[in-house]
Design a protein around this ligand. Structure first.
Ligand SMILES: Cc1cc2nc3c(=O)[nH]c(=O)nc-3n(C[C@H](O)[C@H](O)[C@H](O)COP(=O)(O)OP(=O)(O)OC[C@H]3O[C@@H](n4cnc5c(N)ncnc54)[C@H](O)[C@@H]3O)c2cc1C
Length: 154
C-alpha cells in the first residue's frame, strides 16, 4: 500500500440564521487529487483534499499552511460569493491499496486473528463493512470474507 497525506481546513462559524449552505450537501469532485466540501453541525464549512504522496510528519505538517491557502482558493473558485474565513487546518496520513479496497478477515500466517484494515479515502465506510463481516465470521453467519476484500487477492 501507499501512504498519502491529505489536508483539511474549516471555516469560522456562520450565523445559523443565514442560509449559508444548501441542505447539508456534500460535494466531492472526481479530480485527482480530489476536492471535497461539506457543512458541519456547528455551521461551518469544511474543505479537504490537495493530497500529497508523502507521509513524513514534519514534511506533511510544514504544508498545512500553504495547503490551507490553496483549499480556500479552490473553494472560492466555486463559491466566490461565500466569505470563507479559515479557523482550523490539519493534515492526516492514510494508506491506500492498489485496488482502492480494504483488507478484511483472516490472514493464514496469523491464525485465530481477524483484520479490519480500512485503507483509502473511503476507509471509514470500509471499517463499518469490516465490523459487520468480522462479527459474522465469528458468529458463523459467514464462512469466508468476500473475495474482493480478502487477503487472497494479493
Ligand atoms: C484527514 C482525513 C480525512 C479522511 N476522511 C475520510 C472520509 O471522509 N471518509 C472515509 O471513509 N475515510 C476518510 N479517511 C480515511 C480513513 O480515516 C481511514 O481509511 C480509516 O480510518 C482506516 O481505518 P482503520 O480502522 O483501518 O485504521 P485507523 O482508523 O487508523 O485505526 C487504527 C487504530 O489502531 C490504533 N493502533 C495503532 N497501533 C496500535 C498498537 N500498537 N496498539 C494498539 N492500537 C494501535 C490506532 O491508534 C488507531 O486507533 C480520512 C483520513 C484522513 C487522514
Amino acid at each position: 500500500m501507499d501512504l498519502n497525506s491529505t489536508y483539511v481546513t474549516i471555516s469560522e462559524q456562520f450565523n445559523k440564521k443565514t442560509e449559508y449552505w444548501k441542505d447539508d450537501t456534500l460535494i466531492w469532485n472526481t479530480a485527482a487529487p480530489y476536492l471535497y466540501m461539506r457543512s458541519t453541525a456547528d455551521n461551518r464549512i469544511l474543505v479537504g483534499g490537495r493530497d500529497e504522496k508523502l507521509f513524513q510528519n514534519v514534511r506533511r505538517d510544514a504544508l498545512i499552511h500553504p495547503k490551507m491557502k490553496q483549499l480556500v482558493r479552490d473553494f472560492n473558485r466555486i463559491f466566490p460569493h461565500i466569505q470563507f474565513v479559515p479557523e482550523f487546518s490539519w493534515a492526516g496520513t492514510f494508506g491506500s491499496t492498489k485496488d482502492g479496497l480494504p483488507f478484511i478477515g483472516a490472514w493464514p500466517r496469523l491464525p485465530h486473528s481477524y483484520f479490519g484494515l480500512g485503507f483509502g479515502g473511503n476507509g471509514i465506510t470500509f471499517s463499518v463493512i469490516a465490523a459487520k463481516i468480522i462479527s459474522d465470521l465469528i458468529c458463523g453467519k459467514m464462512k469466508q470474507t468476500p473475495d474482493k476484500y480478502a487477503f487472497s487477492r494479493l
